[in-house]
Design a protein around this ligand. Structure first.
Ligand code: ADP
Ligand code: MG
Ligand code: ZN
Length: 477
């Protein structure tokens, strides 16, 4: 899907969902498991006569994010009213920022299409309140009616806007993954919650107008919608139909985008400064927030390479999620760091992804134990994989299954040298045809014999070792 003709810029709405209360009122943010319209008050319902009060911590979190995205923090920042009517917005205006956003001119590093580090520029980061949530009875363009839930109304949102620096749907996906990664490091965000991140994707072909595909909540959805748009815009261009600036909706079920309106302009919103809130002078807050910034993914990756001597690819994989990075460090202090990196990045992460579960389901102690058995030659690599799978698939109390018990119960103890040697001798004797083939110059025939050895040892021999022994035996007869 790459190609020199594609231009993509993203506007990402991030919910600061680790805050305790909403942006301008005291309502709890812990509504995700609650009934609709149970986390509301006169302020977030926009009743007449109510006044907003800024959540100080929300501003601190916003500064934290803007700093982590390498933005310039504006000395003074200001809220505006953005006026429009929509049922999810009971005040008929959204409190947001306009000129004087909190952060300007940042960047994020991603791994680009060519595998090299690529800098994606961030235009701005601004604060705003979240509207409520509409639940459509059916698809948005066909629903007979929609219901509205104001629990989300007034949640703290950040809008992160990129420059049009992305060149493919895949780069857009990498950007979003990296942004989520950084936000989770900052402890301001839980990407697992409904509506945590919603993305507007702007896409055009060089020389053409852009389409803005609104409000997609999954990274994969963004990637697919953009791929669809590229095909659609290219084919329109071939037919001589010009793209107009428009807003489109991504229909996840049908995997297509549909036009919903031509583009609105800023003057349509009648922005004006919010008279109920004073400008905020935040320059003085910055040093404190800056001092408290945690180590971020790029820095952690570099440190892992330097401190543990692991490959850059492993370090990248391990730091792409804060929980995995923390898990690795616990293990690497008690096991050979490179071995730990390979087993966590290449094996454990794959098994977790396959089951769609997080690393919290696996204990670092168990990893240390498995690596120690592997190093000591007690189990083979195949056996180690089996232990990991068995533990992950065990339902119920995880303390019931320990690696030692799995090895015992499944008979995974690596076959002793004598047993392997005996199996090799027997296998060579039984495989006359393969032996003849090998002698005739067919090196691959050895794999057949190794297979027989593995069968005889019920998979408990190390395949590399078995291969070596078979070869040795054949060469000496
Ligand atoms: P608006 O505020 O009207 O939506 P902006 O100029 O602020 O428009 O840009 C919004 C988003 O559109 C940004 O993410 C920007 O990178 C992206 N964008 C701008 N020009 C293009 C383009 N030609 N093709 C694709 N995306 C673009
Ligand atoms: Mg826009
Ligand atoms: Zn409220």
């Amino acid at each position: 899907m790459a190609g020199g003709d594609v231009i993509i810029g993203l506007e990402v709405h991030v919910q600061l969902n680790r805050l305790h209360s909403k942006l301008f009122c005291g309502c709890s943010t812990d509504y995700h498991a609650s009934d609709p319209n149970t986390h509301t008050c006169p302020v977030c319902l926009g009743l007449p006569g109510t006044l907003p009060v800024v959540n100080r911590r929300a501003v601190e979190y916003a500064i934290r994010v803007a700093l982590a995205l390498n933005c310039q923090i504006q000395g003074e920042t200001l809220f505006y009213r953005k006026n429009y009517y929509y049922p999810d917005l009971p005040k008929a205006f959204q409190i947001t920022q306009y000129d004087f956003p909190l952060g300007l001119g940042g960047s994020i590093l991603i791994k680009g299409e060519d595998g090299e580090e690529k800098k994606i520029r961030i235009t701005r980061v601004h604060m705003e309140e979240d509207p409520g949530r509409l639940v459509h009875a059916g698809t948005i363009d066909r629903a007979k009616y929609s219901m509205v839930d104001y629990n989300r109304c007034g949640m703290s949102l950040l809008e992160v806007v990129t420059e049009p620096d992305l060149r493919s749907p895949k780069e857009a996906r990498s950007f979003l993954d990296k942004l989520r990664n950084i936000l989770e490091y900052l402890d301001v965000f839980d990407g697992g919650l409904e509506g945590a991140m919603r993305i507007d994707s702007n896409i055009s072909l060089v020389g053409g107008e852009r389409a803005e595909v609104k409000n997609i909540s999954s990274h994969k959805g963004v990637e697919k919608a953009l791929a669809y748009e590229i095909t659609r815009q290219r084919s329109a261009r071939r037919r001589g139909v010009a793209q107009v600036q428009e807003t489109r909706h991504y229909d996840e079920l049908r995997a297509i985008t549909v036009s919903i309106r031509t583009k609105e302009e800023a003057h349509d919103y009648r922005y004006f400064p919010e008279p109920d809130l004073v400008p905020m002078r935040i320059a003085d807050w910055v040093p404190k927030v800056e001092a408290e910034l945690p180590e971020l993914p790029d820095a952690k990756r570099e440190r892992f390479v330097a401190e543990y001597g692991i490959a850059d690819d492993h370090a990248r994989s391990l730091t792409s999620e804060i929980r995995v990075a923390n898990f690795y460090e616990v293990v690497a202090k008690r096991a050979p760091p490179r071995l730990a990196a390979a087993w966590i990045a290449d094996v454990l992460k794959g098994e977790l992804n396959y089951r769609d579960i997080t690393i919290d389901k696996f204990s670092p102690d168990h990893m240390v134990e498995i690596l120690s058995m592997l190093e000591g030659g007690k189990i083979t690599e195949k056996g180690a994989v089996e232990v990991i799978r068995t533990i992950l698939d065990h339902s119920g109390d995880p303390s019931e299954v320990t690696p030692a018990r799995v090895v015992e119960a499944k008979g995974l103890v690596r076959a002793g040298d004598d047993a392997v040697k005996a199996a090799v001798r027997a296998a060579v004797e039984e495989s006359a045809q393969a032996v003849a083939d090998y002698r005739a110059g067919n090196e691959k025939a050895i794999n057949f014999i190794v297979g027989v050895v593995m069968k005889k040892t019920r998979g408990r021999a190390d395949p590399g070792e078995a291969n070596r022994l078979v070869k040795e035996t054949l060469d000496e007869i």
